[in-house]
Design a protein around this ligand. Sequence first.
Ligand SMILES: O=C(O)CCC(=O)C(=O)O
Ligand SMILES: [Fe+2]
Length: 351
Amino acid sequence: MGSNGVLRIPIVDLSAFTNNDDPESCQAAAKALAEKVHINGSVGISGHGLASKVLEEAFAVTKKLFDLLYEDKMKAPHPDAMVPNRGYSDIGREKGAAKTALETDDEAKKDNRLLGRVNPYLQLTRLKESYEIGSEQNSVQYNIWLPEDVLPNFRQFTTKFFWELHKTASMILEALIMGLDLTEEEAATIRALHTGHDNQLRLLHYPSISAEMLKNETVGRLQAHTDWSNLTVNSLFTLLFQDSNSGLEFGDRETGDFASAMPKEGVLYMNIGDMLDRVYPSGLHRVVVSGKANGEETPARYSIPYFVTPTPDDVIAPSPSLVARQAKQIYEVVTFNSYSEQMFQRTNVFE
Ligand SMILES: O=C(O)CCC(=O)C(=O)O
Ligand SMILES: [Fe+2]
């Protein structure tokens, strides 16, 4: 149940795609996904095909990583620059997540009631540390690794995991494409933008927060945002995995309330990012501190977002069949890079 005790996040079963079922079953699943995603840009997905053993191992590896001594984690430091967005970020490093599309002067994005509920200037002390990983073949966003002896097999496991997530993401993309009723040519154009080499895997640790610290009003986890950019993350959509400690919440565009994305066996959560906001609404989400309401210690939380991102320089244009259905073209033609640049400017993320 959500903060208001009522809302629920819809869950869609995509096993028809995972099992390569008959076209009718896939159509039905794609239709259900499109319908649910259109509401708030956020859904749970079951039947996603990722083995629970792999996910368990991913969380075990993530915990091992953040359990390392600070000096060891700092052997793979995130550079003090936007690119590459890779390596280890110490607690409190990331500023970007505080700024979202909802804070821009982009009128098209301000048309929902959630805006009134988000205080963009609230300065939270964001208690989290992260580690960013990408494709080994991306020479711009190149990986930054710990020395092998600091955490043996970390590089091997996470790169393999990265491509397994890409497989799942590609299956979800197929379902989203099918839900849009695009022509085969348009679908091929979208597929070509998603090679996986620009995706990003983030390992996250939110340390426990003591009752004493909770007395500090500004202690928090992750403010409400859409995934346009947590320092260069501008996703088409994001897959979210979390441990059993809840905290993730999705916004409801109609009411302005937030609903808890309860951890459920076999369910991943997906939120639409701002790149796809041009077709489906982007999902506003946040991570709350569970102890805030009662002043009790909040346990540590681990989560693993996977950001699905198009190739940076290719043209992203409205699909002609969608324009025809709307009888007008609403969005301009962009590249992923030009759009990100625009968003950085609009939200003054550098200030
Ligand atoms: O920790 C989570 O569950 C959400 C993380 C997130 O939204 C992000 O990193 O953009
Ligand atoms: Fe996010």
